[in-house]
Design a protein around this ligand. Structure first.
Ligand SMILES: CC(=O)SCCNC(=O)CCNC(=O)[C@H](O)C(C)(C)COP(=O)(O)OP(=O)(O)OC[C@H]1O[C@@H](n2cnc3c(N)ncnc32)[C@H](O)[C@@H]1OP(=O)(O)O
Ligand SMILES: O=C([O-])CC(=O)C(=O)O
Length: 370
């Protein structure tokens, strides 16, 4: 038995949710470019869960369900108030989402209907948890969600207490569409491994959040912003990047395990970054990002992934840097839950083998002889 490091190229599940074929990403067979231009995030979540786009009445019913579940249990709010003020935002999210299960009587119910409803609940509540955490750590009260508005609108409203501008809602909504699912990425795989033991959906999503947190995966969007802040100005881009590449440092937001000719989502975020920069009259982050891309692609052949331009987009929307990865989770919980439901439908325990490379024929040495 020999191991494939990082399971590169290993096909570990059959799925009908999203595909990456010849560099083209689809959700349920629909090209991401088409969805990014035309679909709302709620339509996409429905598509991922049910395998088809919703008609008007199906979408209205989903909106009603989201409205019914968005408010988070008071017990979870009280717990968030006890978190240290400097808690890592993804650690807070992981803990709070795990604790949502304690307040859901159906948490361990395993019927398909119960699990589908819990997917909707998690989708509704995850943005409310992120917004509540963001406010509570600033000593502010959480804001009750609105009804009848999109997830993007509600999230920005729950963060600030003000109805966001239409352009901000549209940008965030499109970012949510672009992040919703991505085949067997690390966090989705973690979710599937967890629920393949027939553990519950909250455990699956909690595992996924833990996996998304790392800077090689979802945590890269925050790391990109750390880099942009360190660079500080357009003039410093070239010396900074040349030095980083000469020292064999990884440039966050570049490279991908599957896409070798570029991530099809990045161009949408690049365009959004430029448009928001123009609207706010500050194109510096966008121009710095373009220059970084020119240097990294020019010297290493690496292309930006979904995380690269999302950093300048979210910053231009006025969102705190450490909420970027939680926002990724707000979107990706749609994909995680779709994969969890798919795993339950045709389950088998996921249990690969290890190529043992440790000592052999070793003997127990009594403690006094060591
Ligand atoms: C939503 C997402 O999860 S998208 C990915 C987000 N992550 C990042 O942006 C972090 C930066 N990127 C990376 O670390 C990697 O490109 C990954 C983790 C995304 C993919 O990794 P892998 O498929 O394992 O590629 P691996 O790390 O083996 O890289 C292959 C080579 O390219 C180099 N490389 C890959 N990414 C980068 C990068 N961002 N900057 C500089 N060099 C890089 C590696 O150093 C390695 O070089 P070597 O062969 O000389 O040692
Ligand atoms: O697929 C991956 O490995 C990472 C990624 O781009 C995502 O999860 O969106």
């Amino acid at each position: 038995m020999t191991a494939t490091k990082g399971l590169e190229g290993i096909v570990a599940a059959s799925s009908s949710i999203s595909s990456i074929i010849d560099g083209v990403l689809t959700y349920r067979g629909i090209d991401i470019d088409d969805l990014a231009e035309n679909a709302t995030f709620e339509e996409v979540a429905y598509l991922l869960w049910y395998g088809k786009l919703p008609n008007r009445s199906e979408l209205a019913k989903l909106q009603e369900q989201l409205d019914a579940y968005t408010a988070i249990p008071e017990g979870v709010i009280q717990q968030i108030k006890l978190y240290p003020k400097d808690t890592n935002s993804m650690a807070a999210l992981r803990t709070a989402i795990s604790s949502l299960a304690l307040y859901d009587e159906s948490a361990n119910e395993m019927t398909a209907e119960a699990n589908q409803l819990k997917a909707i609940k998690l989708q509704a509540q995850l943005p409310a948890v992120v917004a509540a955490f963001a406010r509570i750590r600033e000593g502010k009260d959480p804001i009750a969600p609105k009804k009848g508005v999109s997830i993007a609108h509600n999230f920005l409203y729950m963060l600030t207490g003000k109805d966001p501008e239409e352009v901000a809602v549209k940008a965030l909504d499109q970012a949510l569409v672009l992040h919703a699912d991505h085949e067997l990425n690390a966090s989705t795989f973690a979710a599937r491994v967890t629920v393949a033991t027939l553990s519950d959906i909250y455990s699956g999503v909690t595992s996924a959040i833990g996996a998304l947190k790392g800077p090689l995966h979802g945590g890269a969007n925050e790391a990109v912003m750390v880099m942009l802040e360190e660079i500080g100005s357009f003039a410093n881009v070239e010396p900074y990047i040349n030095n980083a590449l000469a020292n064999k440092q990884k440039i966050m937001g570049f490279g991908h395990r599957v896409y070798k000719n570029g991530d099809p989502r990045a161009k949408h975020l690049q365009k959004m970054s430029q448009e928001l920069g123009k609207l706010t009259g500050n194109l510096e982050l966008y121009e710095m990002s373009i220059k970084i891309e020119e240097l990294v692609t020019g010297q290493k052949g690496l292309k930006p992934n979904v995380d690269f331009y999302s950093a300048s987009v979210y910053t231009t929307l006025g969102i705190a840097r450490d909420l970027f990865t939680p926002i990724f989770a707000i979107s990706r919980v749609s994909g995680w839950s779709a994969h969890i439901l798919e795993q339950y439908e045709n389950n088998r325990l996921i249990r690969p083998r290890a190529d043992y490379i440790g000592p052999v024929n070793a003997k127990y040495i009594p403690i006094d002889e060591r």
